[in-house]
Design a protein around this ligand. Structure first.
Ligand code: EPU
Length: 337
């Protein structure tokens, strides 16, 4: 177990704000984590916050508590038959390391999720998604430790109550369980998902393979999303809002070119990036914060942003989108007060 005091999180989260935590603790195994939870005086004295790759976080100020981070890194094969392979992966494995590993082995299911920043543990909390695929579709089990008791609990996919960028770990069980490993089932005869955006047309008539899909997704992401290392950001700042069909139809009359994705008979998902862009925010700045000029859903740290600059900019965008379309935006980024 490694413990640091007054530790800078600037390089450990992708907004790269100059934030410190009172304590930073990294454990290397489930046993170490359980011992820490049972025995460390820090657990009784301070609030705990468990962090993954820091790619979806906005700290509003220095954290007066303990930031915990997993050092559990392994990829093991639990079963392997003619059609599928079941992998068990430690929570601290970089998500894209896992995607690259599976694509190299020709195991399909997560190639559309190439280059999503963050770690395996967060994939199961956040239900990460991109280009028509969500990680819930391949998750089989989520292994956790309960913070209060130290007990090990394994969640089935159904128990995780997955929805769009959502799970039980962000609702009823928020802050109660730590993900230590995730089991994913991959396909040996992959089914490709190319319906989203320009995937199919970008692939054109090139022979389809998992590595080609991965390459195309990486190219699209490189062209639209700013590199977190070059320019602090946390990917999409807001969720795509889900609105009643009646509101969508009203808006569609005013904005005939507005894209939309059906959710069910009563609801439609609207692209927040489009709404923000058409409200005139793309490329605009507020003090040290800005709206990315290639994807308006991404807010950036221009270099010297204070957390408040980013939050204020997000409030201004929410107000403007509400006024123009009557649509409420909610942050996708986890804001830590
Ligand atoms: N659009 C604009 N202007 C913009 C941005 C988007 O007009 O500035 C339009 C696009 O042209 C497109 C539509 O809005 O018609 C949707 O844009 P895009 O395909 O870029 O996807 P998104 O809905 O903005 C979601 C995810 C991304 C994921 C992409 C691709 C959310 C909140 N975001 O973005 O995930 O990579 O789809 O699947 O669901 C993330 O979660 O951090 C993230 C980057």
């Amino acid at each position: 177990m490694i413990t640091y005091e007054n530790y800078s999180l600037q390089t450990l989260h992708t907004f790269h704000l100059p934030i410190k935590t009172r304590y930073y603790v990294e454990y290397a195994s489930v046993d170490e984590l359980r011992t820490f939870l049972a025995e460390s005086p820090l657990v009784k004295e301070y609030p705990l916050f468990h962090m993954g790759g820091g790619s979806n976080l906005l700290f509003l100020h220095d954290y007066e508590g303990v930031v915990l981070h997993s050092g559990i890194r392994f990829i093991e094969t639990l079963s392997d038959d003619d059609d599928t392979v079941l992998l068990r992966v430690g929570a601290a494995v970089e998500w894209d390391t896992l995607v690259e590993y599976c694509v190299k082995k020709s195991w399909g299911g997560i190639e559309n999720l190439s280059l999503i920043p963050g770690e395996v543990g967060a994939s199961a909390v956040q239900n990460i998604g991109a280009y028509g695929v969500e990680v819930k579709d391949v998750i089989e089990q989520v292994e956790t430790v309960e913070i209060q008791s130290g007990a090990i609990r394994i969640f089935s996919t159904a128990e995780c109550r997955y929805a769009y960028r959502d799970s039980i770990f962000k609702n009823e069980l928020k802050g109660k369980y730590i993900v230590t490993a995730v089991q994913y089932r991959l396909q040996k005869n992959p089914e490709y998902h190319l319906e989203y955006g320009h995937l199919r047309e970008t692939i054109g008539d090139r022979p389809l393979s998992l590595s080609l899909v991965r390459q195309v997704v990486m190219d699209i992401r490189h062209s639209k999303l700013p590199d977190c290392n070059a320019c602090g950001n946390a990917g999409s700042f807001f969720k795509n809002p889900i609105v009643p069909v009646a509101l969508y139809e009203k808006l569609k009359k005013r904005y005939p070119d507005m894209p939309a994705y059906p959710v069910d008979a009563e609801r439609v998902k609207l692209p927040a990036g489009w709404l923000i862009d058409r409200a005139g925010w793309r490329g605009r700045t507020h003090r040290g914060a800005g709206v990315c000029d290639t994807q308006a859903l991404v807010l950036i740290n221009k270099g010297d942003a204070a957390p408040q600059d980013i939050v204020e900019l997000s409030y201004m965008i929410c107000r403007s989108v509400k006024e123009q379309y009557g649509v409420e935006l909610t942050p996708e980024v986890n804001i830590i007060d």
